[in-house]
Design a protein around this ligand. Structure first.
Ligand SMILES: *Cc1c(COP(=O)(O)O)cnc(C)c1O
Length: 452
């Protein structure tokens, strides 16, 4: 049997700066607009929700932003994360391709999410904030922020999408272990939640609804701010340590990827692995192909419209230009809960619109098939979200075999699936029906886009 190869770095190799791709974009990002006036907003408009240090990162055009010492101190518990060469998977596929994956499941919360949760908790505690509200889909973001909040002495209040709250009781227990409060969304604790429940008492919830509840809850209290685990520029920024470490690990491997792949829910783990490589391409240093993979049931990049939209269902957030299925769209309840968001990170959307990255979508059954194949070869059970990236990497490797070319393929294994075993149980029982999303619902949600 061939063996895996593991490329390890030392603590000193943890990046000292985050990489801001805005500095290398050919055109500046479209402005964020005020939901009432339709005019560009300024930093002070965001001050009720975020500490100023984070707002400055959100609008920064600097290429490198220093990572504070206390943040690096926490990250070094599990960073640098390993890069593996998937030799056993290559062998099982009989492919000439070289497959590499960066494994973010080694963090205490089991995904890439703590990379930004730790930074966000740090800046909030520095600003004297006592409590942070947030939303969570599958529970990974809530888990990450609960962990980070306990390290920096913050109360964390998590609105968890109801379908996940019911499917994943262990995620709730995880958050509660760190002292966080977890509320099923839609809830009757907010105006936004009550409105949804009046219209549809059986609502299974969505990220858009949970964001409305968390934003409303934060806006009501002086000592409370809000945190988002994906989509926004500063979140993507914090994740770029993934790709920066991978660049160093490829030096150790004396190789360079031809293709970099990430799954996209709101776009943060994808940006984390891809942006440092894409930046090198944008600066004319080295070519690479970038692939973003999304679920066929929530096809934001491949089927959504590039337009100004709200980030939430109750239309409380500022307007951002992004690929969207409409903020009123509630995707069907499939298992990759972390990928059930109606929009996409504005930076990822802009890059897709300009053709700089290649989006594609897969249905969930084929992703689980790929995930099981990967697990058997590599010994790690991927999160259902990560299975989308695994599927694309396997497809690319099979294409290499067919075409007789030996490409280097890198993908981000953004989390493990230990809290998602019910999804695997359903897959093995043949019960993963690929319920397709309702196109008329998307048409309705898109017809309701704000006119700016
Ligand atoms: C949250 C999450 C995602 C989706 O969020 P992105 O911002 O698109 O990365 C994907 N995979 C895992 C394991 C997650 O926890």
């Amino acid at each position: 049997m061939t063996s895996q190869i593991k490329y390890l770095l030392t603590e000193a190799d943890i990046p000292k700066f985050w990489y801001n791709i805005v500095a290398d974009l050919p055109t500046p990002p479209p402005p964020v607009l005020h939901p009432g006036t339709g005019q560009p907003i300024g930093p002070e408009d965001l001050a009720p929700l975020f500490p100023m240090a984070i707002i400055q990162q959100e609008v920064s055009i600097e290429r490198e932003i220093e990572i504070p010492g206390p943040v690096r101190d926490v990250l070094k518990q599990w960073r640098p994360s390993p890069l593996y060469r998937a030799r056993r998977l290559e062998q099982s596929l009989d492919t000439p391709a070289r497959i590499y994956y960066k494994y973010e499941g080694i963090s205490p919360a089991g995904s890439h999410k703590p990379n930004t949760a730790v930074a966000q908790a740090f800046y909030n505690s520095e600003a004297g904030v006592r409590c942070i509200t947030t939303e969570t889909g599958a529970g990974q973001w809530g888990s990450a922020l609960a962990l980070a909040g306990s390290l920096f002495g913050l109360d964390i209040e998590v609105f968890m999408v109801k379908v996940s709250y019911e499917q994943k009781p262990y995620r709730r227990a995880f958050m509660e272990t760190f002292g966080a409060t977890c509320i099923a969304s839609p809830s009757n604790t907010t105006e936004a939640g009550r409105t949804i429940l009046e219209e549809n008492p059986d609502s299974t919830g969505s990220l858009g609804i949970a964001i409305s509840e968390a934003v409303e809850s934060a806006a009501q209290r002086e000592d409370t701010k809000y945190a988002l685990g994906s989509v926004l520029n500063h979140v993507l920024l914090h994740q770029t340590i993934i790709g920066q470490e991978a660049l160093k690990q490829f030096e150790l491997a004396d190789d360079y990827p031809d293709i970099v792949i990430g799954c996209t829910g709101g776009g943060s783990n994808f940006a984390g692995i891809a942006f440092p490589f894409l930046g090198r391409r944008l600066r004319g240093e080295q070519d690479v192909q970038i692939v973003a993979v999304e679920p066929a049931n929530c096809p934001t990049l491949t089927k959504g419209r590039y337009a100004y939209d709200f980030g939430d269902t109750a239309k409380l957030t500022p307007l951002v230009k992004m690929h969207t299925l409409g903020s009123g769209f509630v995707p069907p309840g499939f298992h990759a809960g972390g990928l059930r968001y109606h929009g996409m990170a504005p930076l990822v959307s802009q890059l897709a619109e300009s053709g700089a990255i290649n989006p594609r979508s897969y249905s969930q059954a084929e992703c689980f098939e790929a995930g099981v194949r990967f697990a058997k070869a590599e010994g790690i059970i991927p999160a259902p979200e990560a299975n989308h990236a695994v599927k694309a990497a396997i497809d690319e490797a099979i294409a290499c075999q067919r075409d007789g070319v030996a490409k280097a393929i890198l993908f981000n294994l953004c989390g493990h699936g230990h809290f998602d075993m019910q999804a695997y149980t359903d897959y093995f029982a043949g019960q993963l029906h690929d319920e397709t999303y309702d196109e008329s619902e998307v048409a309705m949600a898109l017809a309701g886009l704000p006119s700016v």
